[in-house]
Design a protein around this ligand. Structure first.
Ligand code: PMP
Ligand code: GLN
Length: 381
């Protein structure tokens, strides 16, 4: 293994899901729903397979039906306009989009500012591209970004900001004032911004605002999203980039040598999913909001300190209140202690001490599963 990947080992999601499988514990670790997305969309995938659409290499930019559906989605929800031929790129999930963006945009030694705790592929993607990550720590209980620290972190070597809102794992959603301050900084210091917006449809009590919609950001933002979260098909790996034509062309240059293309028939099905009526999106969010409250109450009753998320389908908690000192050890022991799997946030920080006692639970699960898990966790003490 080369030194760039030193210490990246096995992802915490793989470790914890394997533990869930081996022990039969309830898996509130890795973020995937236990109910698949809409029947009609699964039928659309079957139809595409049967009719021979996408069974051979789809076009490098993605099938035209999907690119047009993405453009229409951006217009419907955000009033944004993109050219489906030059400003949209379909990727193998958001994961590939993030990696391809880092590989395309960074020179070795370029600095990338990202808020920690970060989604684990950020550190790996920056490292593979030879970049240097500059973490800015989000702190409990609100996990609000420190904008003065952000401003101070920009150096002549800073190439880009890598943002994620709604934020995994904390559930923090950037406010419009924060987005404005970030956009002003990016313009002033001439920075690119890569924004991971995979939880764009999971904002509770409010609306998602894409950074690219702010003044001065249209030509310096690479927006990334994915069908995995919004339509509950994490295994299909259909993601996308929307950005200016030069930025899309740059990301495509590296993307074409990673996978070239992926998920042919599923691209057609997701084109249909993106056209689902507003009701689908509202019901999806409302359903997850109810689940958030259900699990938050269960965790509170079990003695965890709960940081109620404004978005995503994760709850970050603190286990110090339970007399626990180490999230990783706690999560490794939890299946044996009470039959539940969770994820330690400490692995998402460069400075593990910052998240030493933080544990994340996913609530994209059936209500009775969340209730059963809560009951088990309440037996812990
Ligand atoms: N970004 C964030 C913040 C995530 O939580 C995830 C996990 N789904 C991804 C990216 C990866 O998305 P995908 O499965 O589409 O690659
Ligand atoms: N995004 C999911 C999570 O945060 C996991 C995806 C993965 O396993 N790589 O739990």
């Amino acid at each position: 293994l080369n030194r760039r990947l030193d210490g990246l080992g096995t992802t915490i999601f793989a470790e914890m899901s394997a533990l869930a499988l081996a022990t039969g514990a309830i898996n509130l670790g890795q973020g995937f729903p236990d109910t698949d997305g809409p029947e009609a969309i699964r039928e659309a995938a079957v139809r595409a397979l049967r009719d021979g659409r996408g069974n051979q290499y789809p076009p490098g930019m993605g099938v035209p039906e999907l690119r047009t559906a993405i453009v229409d989605h951006q217009r419907r929800f955000y009033g944004l306009t993109f050219d489906p031929d030059t400003e949209v790129l379909v990727t193998a999930g958001a994961t590939e989009a993030i990696a391809a963006a880092m590989l395309a945009l960074l020179e070795p030694g370029d600095e990338v500012i990202a808020f920690e705790p970060f989604y684990d592929s950020y550190a790996a993607s920056i490292a593979m591209a030879g970049g240097v990550r500059v973490p800015l720590t989000l702190r409990a209980p609100d996990f609000r970004p420190d904008l003065d620290a952000l401003r101070a972190a920009v150096t002549p070597r800073t190439r880009l900001l890598l943002l994620n809102s709604p934020h995994n794992p904390t559930g923090m959603v950037l406010t419009s004032d924060e987005l404005t301050a970030i956009a002003e900084l990016a313009v002033e210091r001439d920075l690119l911004v890569v924004t991971d917006e995979v939880y764009e449809h999971l904002v509770f009590d409010g609306e998602h605002t894409p950074l690219i919609s702010l003044p001065g950001m249209r030509d310096r933002t690479v927006s990334i999203s994915s069908a995995g979260k919004t339509f509950s098909f994490t295994g299909w790996k259909v993601g996308w980039v929307t950005a200016s034509a030069p930025l899309v062309a740059a990301v495509r240059t590296s993307k074409q040598f990673l996978t070239y293309v992926a998920s042919g028939p599923f691209q057609y099905a997701i084109a249909e999913a993106l056209r689902l009526p507003d009701d689908y999106y509202t019901a999806f969010r409302d359903d997850l909001q109810t689940k958030r409250d259900l699990l938050a109450d269960g965790l509170t009753a079990a003695g965890f300190e709960v940081y109620r998320p404004q978005g995503t389908y994760f709850i970050t908690t603190d286990i110090a209140a339970l007399g626990e000192k180490d999230a990783l050890a706690f999560c490794r022991a939890l299946p044996a202690r009470c039959g539940v799997v969770a994820v330690p946030n400490s692995v998402f920080y460069d400075d593990p001490d910052a998240g030493r006692t933080q544990v994340r639970f996913a609530f994209c699960k059936k209500d009775d599963v969340l209730q059963e898990a809560s009951g088990r966790l309440q037996q812990l003490a």
